[in-house]
Ligand binder design. Structure first.
Ligand code: SF4
Length: 543
């Protein structure tokens, strides 16, 4: 298939890009036929793989759709803000909420519902969204420019033999391909490597957010209430914190974000989240409530200096795939939408000029630099890196950065990729850390939580978690790091089981919620996450 524009990923960035293209095409007829624009989405529906906290700054959405407040599925305007520091048994409320965590004018949203709504708008505008279709491979022309993507084969069995319903994937060619795959997109990762797009950048650092949606007794937590927590159960050298966002109908979104640059290879983010809920402050809040939904997602927290180049010949990078996230404000949706709009303007102008060369697409960078998105990210350019050496030094550096416009002590703080920061088992106290014993009311094991994500994959399909050398898992990792995959995966996909008299790696891929933590945090970088057959994965609702 030949298209003018191919957008890979129907998240806020990809959908904003599509909508903006439609707006530009309507305003300047004759440049772009919207039948030649396609969006690919690997989930079974638009929104099925979208999850966030989320408190949304509406700035970008207002630019895209000025009347959004009349019809967007906004849950609640933010009514109050609070920040707490937790110790093991107590909480202290900050007398003043730090300005960057103030949320007047912002909205609590379900990203999943917002995505579905944006998807409908895109389709109403005349752009086709191909759901259950995953991009598997970046295609290049002879000159090395991106030419499009190859989609997934359907109906292959676990040994890659065709089943009765076999349908080969397609090569989708486009003048410009926009990568909007979300965090650690498998094609974006390939493109970053093939084209050296992150050569000049700090290594990208990530965080994992583990989330549950609860229904609470009426009146327990106000819709629009926003609370963040710091401290317990995370150690002082760990980056992260909790959130509690009040939604309509007595629902509450809660979760824990953990920087994927912790040192203890036996640390388990899902277990930490369950432990967090046992704090008296959370226990009181959740008592009498019930778990409704579960999900997990990684976010790119590296900031400005970790962003890749945003374009190359034939391609642009938007949203989480381009590192558009403000980790100080804990927000990325507005930046994703803005990056999609900037990409759309660049692509439309290139098509209008009949020039989609690498030089022309590089204009995207200049538009970004002239935008408020750049201004916002530049002010927090060193924020995450300030916490490389723990909370206390982090607060000092972050404070200094606030009074120096984001600079701090150094013009550019360095960073280290998270998977390089593990200490070996021999360098940490012996034995397993204590784990929460799930009670099935307040705390849950991973398998129960996965059930609430509605994750589903056809069991008889080629593996989508590629371990390049299981000998390393079974012999070396077991001794050096204790197989951290068992702990960092929030969906119990990786297990070490007794087989033939020794412990061996075993996978449960159908549990996978597509968070990509394994691709990021394996200490030997031998796990590659690739999309399963389109349609597989979680089926998020209201997350
Ligand atoms: Fe996330 Fe990997 Fe586990 Fe899937 S297998 S849920 S991508 S860590």
């Amino acid at each position: 298939m030949e298209a003018d524009v191919l957008i890979v990923g129907a998240g806020p960035a990809g959908l904003a890009c599509a909508l903006r293209l439609a707006q530009r095409a309507a305003a300047q007829p004759g440049v772009l036929n919207l039948e030649n624009v396609s969006v690919l989405e690997k989930g079974r529906d638009v929104g099925a793989h979208l999850l966030s906290g989320a408190v949304m700054d509406p700035r970008a959405l207002r630019e895209l759709l000025p009347d959004f407040e009349q019809e967007a599925p906004l849950d609640s305007p933010v009514a109050s803000d609070a920040v707490y520091f937790l110790t093991r048994g107590a909480q202290v409320r900050f007398p003043v909420t730090p300005p960057f965590l103030h949320n007047p004018g912002n909205y609590i949203v379900s990203l999943n519902r917002l995505g579905k709504w944006l998807g409908r708008k895109v389709e109403e505008a005349g752009i086709t969204i191909f759901t259950e279709t995953a991009g598997m491979e970046v295609l290049y022309d002879e000159g090395g420019n991106v030419r499009g993507v190859r989609t997934d084969d359907k109906g292959l069995d676990r040994d890659r033999r065709p089943k009765e319903n076999y349908q080969p994937g397609s090569d989708l060619h486009a003048k410009v391909t926009v990568f909007a795959e979300g965090t650690r997109g498998s094609l974006a990762k390939q493109l970053w490597a093939d084209k050296g797009l992150a050569r000049q950048s700090n290594p990208m650092t990530y965080a994992l957010g583990v989330k549950e949606l609860w229904e609470l007794p009426k009146g327990r937590f106000e819709a629009g209430g926003v609370a963040h927590t710091m401290g317990w159960p995370l150690a002082a050298d760990q980056y992260g914190g909790g959130w509690i966002y009040g939604m309509r109908d007595s629902l509450v979104s809660l979760g824990l974000v953990v920087g994927l640059d912790y040192r203890n290879p036996l640390f388990d983010p899902h277990d930490a989240f369950q432990r967090w809920k046992t704090h008296p402050f959370l226990r009181r809040l959740l008592e009498g409530g019930r778990l409704i939904k579960y999900g997990a997602k990684t976010i790119p927290e590296g900031g400005y200096f970790s962003m890749p180049e945003l374009s190359t010949g034939g391609a642009l990078m938007v949203g989480d795939s381009g590192g558009f996230l403000n980790s100080q404000r804990l927000k990325g949706i507005h930046l994703a939408i803005k990056s999609g709009m900037l990409a759309a303007d660049t692509v439309f102008d290139a098509l209008a000029a009949g020039d989609c060369s690498a030089q022309r697409l590089a204009a995207c960078r200049a538009s970004f630099e002239a935008s408020w998105a750049h201004e916002e990210l530049w002010k927090v350019r060193n924020f995450h890196q300030a916490f490389e050496h723990g909370l206390v030094r982090g607060i000092f550096h972050a404070g200094l950065q606030m009074v120096t416009g984001g600079r701090g002590l150094y013009a550019r703080y360095g960073a280290e990729a998270g998977h390089r920061r593990y200490v070996k088992l021999t360098e940490r106290p012996r034995g397993q850390p204590s784990r929460v014993a799930p009670d099935g009311k307040l705390t849950f094991d991973k398998v129960t939580d996965v059930y609430h994500s509605a994750a589903k994959h056809d069991e008889d399909q080629p593996p989508h978690l590629l371990i390049h050398d299981t000998d390393i898992c079974n012999n070396r990792c077991v001794r050096e790091f204790g197989n951290p995959c068992q702990y960092f995966c929030p969906a119990a996909v990786y297990e070490m089981v007794e087989k033939d008299g020794r412990r061996q790696i075993h996978l449960n891929p159908s549990n996978c919620v597509h968070c990509k933590t394994c691709d990021i945090m394996d200490p030997y970088e031998i796990i590659t996450w690739v999309p399963p057959e389109g349609g597989g994965g979680p089926n998020y609702e209201n997350l």
